[in-house]
Ligand binder design. Structure first.
Ligand SMILES: NC(=O)c1ccc[n+]([C@@H]2O[C@H](COP(=O)([O-])OP(=O)(O)OC[C@H]3O[C@@H](n4cnc5c(N)ncnc54)[C@H](O)[C@@H]3O)[C@@H](O)[C@H]2O)c1
Length: 253
């Protein structure tokens, strides 16, 4: 018996990094997964890898900042596997650590559209389905920047605080319909996310990393995926509206 037998999970940002690892853990525990990502090449490779390993996986190329794409992503999940039980809002981008006086409007709009708008749009689309079936789980990727003030750029911090707020709002409003919505707030995770950026705001980077020596170590994606597995499974049936820090105690300092 797997911990997610017969469950259908839709994972945005599922082609790489944390999302891919979450999808891996879910399939290992019996779920069928839809991976939604705008990196078509990585998506194709990841879906092929899952199928080669004998897992049921379907890929949808989407930009979570685009409403029609989000509609398609959820509709295609239901058309392919018959239902949806778990939505993981993992797609996200960085803001180059831009401090408040250096915020660029293009970066602000992009990060807000993807990191905040993507979570809102995906949740807005699945909630009526969850209300009708009287069950459903949403797991959001917030961040240490979503529960503390100084560890990211201004836009990323604002966006992840919004994710924290949406998580609690949805949990509070939809708990009575059998919906659970929780978030994970990791410190640093070893993925391609930070490695792909080279034009950091050096002032913002310096300010945001002043206390980094008090973080014991970065996480491996599997350590975040195991939390996402717990939050998706019945083992966490009494947990709703929680933003769980995954940071080796960094935020406790
Ligand atoms: N890596 C970290 O240190 C860290 C720490 C805290 C929180 N997070 C959060 O975890 C989530 C995943 O991060 P990761 O490290 O796995 O990043 P990643 O870059 O390895 O993977 C993110 C995936 O999201 C996809 N994506 C980005 N924008 C998209 C869009 N508009 N539509 C669809 N797909 C899109 C990318 O193509 C990529 O496959 C993000 O929300 C990030 O903010 C990461």
């Amino acid at each position: 018996m797997g911990r997610l037998d017969n469950k259908i999970a839709l994972i945005t940002g599922g082609a790489n990094g944390i999302g891919k690892q979450i999808a891996t853990r879910y399939t290992e525990e019996g779920a069928k997964v839809v991976l939604a990502d705008f990196n078509a090449e990585a998506l194709e490779a990841t879906v092929a890898e899952f199928k080669a390993n004998g897992f049921e996986a379907h890929g949808v190329k989407v930009n979570v900042a685009v409403e029609e794409d989000v509609q398609k992503m959820v509709d295609e999940t239901i058309a392919t596997f018959g239902r949806i039980d778990i939505l993981v809002n993992c797609a996200g981008v960085l803001d180059m650590m831009q401090a408040a006086h250096n915020v660029d409007d293009t970066i602000w709009n992009r990060v807000m559209d993807i990191n905040v708008g993507g979570v809102m749009r995906s949740s807005r689309k699945v909630l009526p389905v969850y209300m009708e079936q009287k069950s459903g789980v949403i797991i959001n990727l917030s961040s240490m920047a979503g529960i503390t003030g100084g560890r990211g750029g201004l836009t990323y911090t604002a966006a992840k605080h919004a994710v924290t707020g949406m998580t609690k709002n949805i949990a509070s409003h939809y708990g009575e319909f059998g919906v659970r919505c929780n978030a994970i707030a990791p410190a640093q995770v070893n993925t391609g996310l930070t490695q792909s950026v080279d034009n950091f705001d050096m002032f913002g980077l310096k300010q945001a990393t002043r206390g980094v020596q008090t973080m014991l170590r970065a996480a491996e994606p599997i350590e975040i995926a195991n939390i996402a597995l717990f939050l998706a499974s019945e083992e966490s049936s009494y947990i709703n509206g929680v933003v769980l820090a995954a940071d080796t105690g960094w935020s406790a300092y």
